[in-house]
Structure formats: structure tokens, C-alpha cells
Design a protein around this ligand. Sequence first.
Ligand code: ATP
Length: 237
Amino acid sequence: MLEITDLAAGYGASDVLHGISLNVPEGECVCLIGANGAGKSTLLRCVAGLLRPSRGRIEIAGRDRTGGSASARLSYGVAMVPEGRRVFAPMTVRENLEMGAFRRLIWRRDRTVSDDLDTVFELFPRLAERQHQAAGLLSGGEQQMLAIGRALMSRPRLLLLDEPSMGLAPRVVQDIFATIRRLNRDGMSILLAEQNANMALKSATLGYVIAEGEIVRVAESSQLLDDHSVRSAYLGL
Ligand code: ATP
């Protein structure tokens, strides 16, 4: 679904990613774990078309999409749930979700949008209950549900999740990860960047470890969970 080859990218004149190669096979959940500042968000931004790489190649569903815009990536089925949720605080929950389907809404009031709203409300009943409230009034966990729901409204084939557990209580984190696993079971390809390595590795089949802008380890998640150096560096064990 996603094949990244020898990718370099950064801000201004300096690169923070140095030759990253990573694959997300169709229908798999792959996680990217690493410390603060390792380059996880930068990599996801490149895949989402928000940052142009200085070198390398990004293939989506077998086609070279390296140079495309964020809006083009959406049309190829890539949606991102950004770090910190970034919901539109003054808008209602429902309006936030509709923003996720803006490409369809621009053209006409598409009936499929209300079908997709029903699907999101079925996944997150809490959002249905609070659909007419301002998004800024939701709890952190509900805002994370909303950010995921908004991404789903674009009908992605590849979902990029940046630190979905950030700042959430353990119980809420469990619920969010249960949803991520459900989406994956239903066939969605997922690339998950997390500092919460334990939860991420338990939800993914394959794990990449990133440090200082380079992939330093790639293995099946179960192997990484058992690996002594990974456990001491990223699992605090
Ligand atoms: P975190 O979990 O803290 O977000 P991360 O692994 O996602 O960490 P990035 O956010 O990708 O890391 O940051 C990688 C490096 O790029 C860091 O040194 C960071 O300071 C730098 N960086 C990130 N965003 C920008 C920006 N907009 N302008 C300049 N430098 C940036």
C-alpha cells in the first residue's frame, strides 16, 4: 500500500530524515516507534503530502506519488490524524466530521456523506451524542475520536496516526487502540507513529524503530516487544 524508499526531508536547509525506507503492506498495521524528536511526525507529514522530501520516493498503491500535494494524497486514499488532534474548536462535532468529506461536499450535498456520518457515529457513539456541541468542549479522548472520525470521512485506504495516545488517560488509550485494531481488522492499512511503544507494538504486525532520522531496527512487533534493547529504550523496562 505504501512504499517509502531512501527518503530525506527536513525544514529549511537541514534534513531531519536521512534515507528512510519503510513499507506498509496492504491491510497491515505498521508502527513507527521512537523518542521525542526522532522524526516520526516529519515522516508522516511527507506521506500526507504536507512536506516535500528533498530526496527519495513515496509509492502509494504501486504508483509514484512523491511530489503530490496533501489534497492529491487525499484523493489517493491517504488521510492523517495529526498529533494533538487539531480539531476545529469553535465548529460543532458534526461540522468537524463534514470537513473530513469536504471534497464531496464542495460539489454537491452528497448522500454518501450522511451514510459515512452514520458509520462514524456507530464507531464512536459518544460523538453522536455530542454532535451539536462545539468540538473545543470535548474531552481529550473525545477529541481524539473526532480527529479519527474526521479522517475516516475521507474514506481512506491508508490511515496515518500521529501519537493517538498523547495526553490521554490509560483507560481512554485502551479504547482508542481497540478502535484502531477494529479499523485494521476491517481491512484498513495503518501507519501508526507512537511514543507509547507498548500499545503500538501490541496493535501492529510490524514495527520500525526510528532514531535521529534513521530507521535503526525493523522486525515483527512480537520480536520487538521481546527485544531487550527495545524494552529498555522504549518500554521503560
Ligand atoms: P515528537 O513526538 O516530539 O513529535 P517526532 O519523532 O515526531 O517527535 P518530529 O516532530 O518529526 O519528531 O521532529 C524531528 C526534528 O525536526 C526535531 O528535531 C524537531 O525539532 C524538528 N522539527 C519538527 N518540526 C519542525 C518545524 N516545523 N521546523 C523546524 N524544525 C522542526
